[in-house]
Design a protein around this ligand. Structure first.
Ligand SMILES: [Zn+2]
Length: 344
């Protein structure tokens, strides 16, 4: 049930509740407005994906810090949107029969879906009096460092990114992602806080949000270029259909064997000399661009069954979970955002 609840207070029970119990305090998607000293308000969204619960912990920490006997003494006004409470209570990213809460923001390909209607109610409310910045809190699977994602490259968004980590990603797809809805409204960033519950991701996000609560304005000087590396997605690697695959050290005969701890390559440059898989097949791995163009021959080298890249790129979001590899992908390959020569 996607009815939006609007409120101006935080029930005490919210501060310690687990995401699985969130419906005990917010039984529908809930938008909370809290007044603070400075305006315009900061917008923070959590649990757009129900099982990515770091965002809840982050906001609990922030709110506990400013709690007083009578409500909250916030340095800046705040909107907090607690999104997919139904999926969170079931430990799921989203329910099967609904549109993903992070594909339903303005620009979505499904504007008539109930989730999109709910989100447009949220947008209408939070933009009434302007916003200082918009922060969307997420987690990912696999061993990734915390990193920000921005859809517009400008100084404010670069500052937001660099406050979180020294690397950030620029993205323009898929449609309907929350951060893109703020392109023309205010600085906006998606914070990928590593795996759910990861302490470093939580600490970095708490520090960033706390900074934004206190800051009067964004720095005027351009961000020094060495403070931030911006990367973008260049290709996605998938395992070809019906290829029986496994990892080194695993029992069994595989058509494709990936090196042990492949995920240690996340966010580091994978050189062309680095063999990351062995195979008995000709093309066990498929590389495609965002638009679906097959670039396997341009990117993947297979020398007598030893697989490597033809160009050094940075893998990200490598997962070792076979179910996710089959459903989604093996990893993404990133390149520098300012790289002049196209990868392929
Ligand atoms: Zn997410």
């Amino acid at each position: 049930m996607n009815r939006l609840t609007l409120r101006h207070d935080i029930p005490d029970a919210f501060l310690d509740i687990s995401y699985r119990d969130i419906k005990k305090v917010f039984d529908t998607p809930t938008l909370v407005h809290l007044k603070g000293e400075k305006n315009p308000a900061l917008f923070v969204s959590v649990l757009l994906h129900g099982n990515e619960y770091s965002g809840l912990i982050i906001m609990q920490e922030i709110l506990k810090k400013y709690k007083e006997t009578q409500g909250y003494a916030l340095p800046r006004s705040m909107w907090m949107f607690v999104g997919n409470v139904e999926a969170a209570s079931k430990g799921l990213r989203r329910l099967d029969d609904e549109l993903d809460f992070n594909r339903a923001w303005p620009g979505t390909s499904e504007p008539d879906a109930p989730t999109s209607k709910l989100i447009s109610e949220v947008m209408e409310k939070i933009t009434e009096d302007g916003l200082f910045a918009a922060i969307d809190l997420h987690n990912n699977t696999g061993k990734n460092p915390p990193y920000g994602c921005i859809s517009v490259v400008n100084e404010k968004n670069k500052y937001l990114s660099s406050f979180f980590n020294h690397i950030a990603m620029v993205f323009h797809t898929p449609k309907g992602v929350s951060t893109m809805a703020f392109d023309t409204i205010c600085p906006a960033i998606t914070l990928e806080c590593s795996t759910p519950g990861n302490q470093l991701g939580i600490e970095k996000a708490v520090a960033l949000i706390d900074d934004l609560m206190h800051m009067d304005h964004f720095p005027e000087r351009p961000l020094p270029s060495h403070d931030l590396q911006l990367v973008k997605n260049s290709a996605v690697l998938k395992i070809a259909d019906n290829v029986h695959f496994g990892f080194e050290g695993e029992e069994g005969n595989f058509d494709l064997t990936l090196v042990d701890h492949f995920d240690r390559h996340n966010f580091t440059r994978l050189e062309t000399s680095e063999v990351f898989a062995h195979t008995t097949l000709d093309k066990p791995i498929v590389a495609t661009l965002e638009d679906g163009t097959d670039v396997t021959d341009a990117l993947i080298r297979n020398v007598n069954g030893a697989i490597s890249l033809k160009k050094p790129l940075m893998p990200a979001m490598i997962t070792l979970d076979k179910r996710i590899i089959v459903q989604d992908c093996l990893c993404y390959l990133l390149e520098d955002y300012f790289e002049k020569n196209k990868v392929i």
